[in-house]
Ligand binder design. Structure first.
Ligand SMILES: NC(=O)C1=CN([C@@H]2O[C@H](COP(=O)(O)OP(=O)(O)OC[C@H]3O[C@@H](n4cnc5c(N)ncnc54)[C@H](O)[C@@H]3O)[C@@H](O)[C@H]2O)C=CC1
Ligand SMILES: O=C(O)C(=O)COP(=O)(O)O
Length: 322
């Protein structure tokens, strides 16, 4: 009998799907509040594992003797030890294009909040002594400004369409997107990150997390003064310390961050004191609509790998299937 282990909270529609699977004879273990040790016991007998963004280490994978598929509730998989899965020939599935609209909307909100100084404006009403800030907020229009999208995949392309609608000038930096797959439309590529940073008034990050920050102290020094930054990608994509310094010296006018180097961020988070930064707890992809789609998709993908009907484009490590 198939054992499906779901490690992390799902939308109620996904939970209902799990109940239906149980009725069909699938053994389902659903662990809502997850930390790695608590599910490690169940993983020993699991055939399929659904994970949120918690780490999935080589040590845990080694205990999963029967594991035939890992299915991500989401698209980023930096927390999964893919090399350990590859060594065992275990496919890793992602949900594909089901949360990118939500992410792009969150990025658009961050850019607008930065331009309009939303947090300071909010403070200026909640604290009556600050009402006079209304004449000093340095808020701006985004219309006509240059928006650089770093990473022109699902979310980056959705944001581009929204930003064009706001009359922004949009260009994208994505050296890994083949020119034959570059989408038709007004958004042209910028070949180097140096040129891109010198051109942009605003930027939004939509890349996977790499080994080191793409936006480090050098990158911040290449930006025009007054930059607005949106990050819904992953915390490690930008250096938080360098961002804090750039906010203090005015090179960066405002920022929006949904993701952090360490999650949850520690009490001493360097950005906590900046009221020109809008923060959210890694929720860009967690709207009601996207949560429902992700819950169904990650369950479907796990089962589709087991019965051999998975769309190969949803596999991070296609070779694992062969
Ligand atoms: N905050 C949240 O709730 C969510 C965060 N994410 C994050 O956003 C990232 C992007 O998501 P999608 O657009 O769906 O992924 P995607 O895979 O469709 O697009 C990523 C793009 O980044 C490009 N890229 C990779 N490395 C790059 C680099 N060093 N410089 C420039 N471009 C680079 C790739 O060629 C690709 O076109 C995910 O990897 C994930 O980490 C995704 C969904 C929800
Ligand atoms: O899609 C992603 O990469 C996300 O960050 C969302 O993942 P989660 O819903 O937390 O498993």
């Amino acid at each position: 009998m198939t054992h499906l282990l779901v490690a992390g909270k799902l939308h109620p529609t996904g939970v209902a799907r799990l109940e239906a699977l149980k009725a069909e004879g699938v053994t389902v273990t659903y662990i809502e509040e997850i930390n790695e040790p608590s599910y490690a016991d169940h993983i020993v007998t699991a055939d399929a594992l659904v994970v949120r963004t918690q780490p999935l280490s080589a040590a845990t994978i080694a205990r999963a003797e029967h594991l035939k598929v890992v299915s991500r509730h989401g698209v980023g998989y930096d927390a999964v030890d893919v090399a350990a899965l590859n060594a065992r020939g275990i496919p890793l599935a992602i949900v594909g294009d089901v949360n990118s609209v939500s992410v792009a909307e969150q990025a658009m909100m961050q850019l607008l909040a930065g331009a309009k100084q939303a947090i300071r404006a909010d403070h200026a009403v909640r604290d009556p002594t600050k009402w006079g800030w209304r004449n000093r907020l340095e808020q701006r229009e985004i219309s006509g400004r240059n928006l650089l999208i770093i990473g022109f995949g699902r979310a980056g392309q959705k944001l581009a369409r929204m930003a064009v609608g706001f009359d922004m000038e949009v260009r994208a930096y994505d050296p890994y997107l083949q020119s034959t797959r570059w989408p038709e439309g007004p958004v042209k590529p910028i070949e180097t990150l140096d040129d891109a940073l010198a051109w942009a008034d605003c930027l939004s990050l939509h890349v996977p997390r790499g080994d080191k920050p793409l936006l480090d102290a050098v990158a911040f020094s290449q930006m025009k003064p007054g930059m607005i930054i949106a990050n819904t990608a992953r915390g490690g994509v930008l250096c938080e310390t360098a961002l804090a310094a750039a906010l203090s010296d005015g090179r960066v006018h405002a920022a929006g961050l949904d993701v952090f180097d360490v999650e949850p961020p520690t009490g001493g988070m360097v950005l906590a004191d900046h009221d020109n930064v809008i923060l959210s707890p890694h929720i860009a992809g967690l709207t009601e609509e996207a949560s429902e789609r992700m819950a169904l998709s990650c369950i479907d993908n796990a089962l589709a790998v087991l019965d051999g009907t998975i769309d190969p484009d949803l596999l991070v490590n296609k070779d694992a299937l062969t």
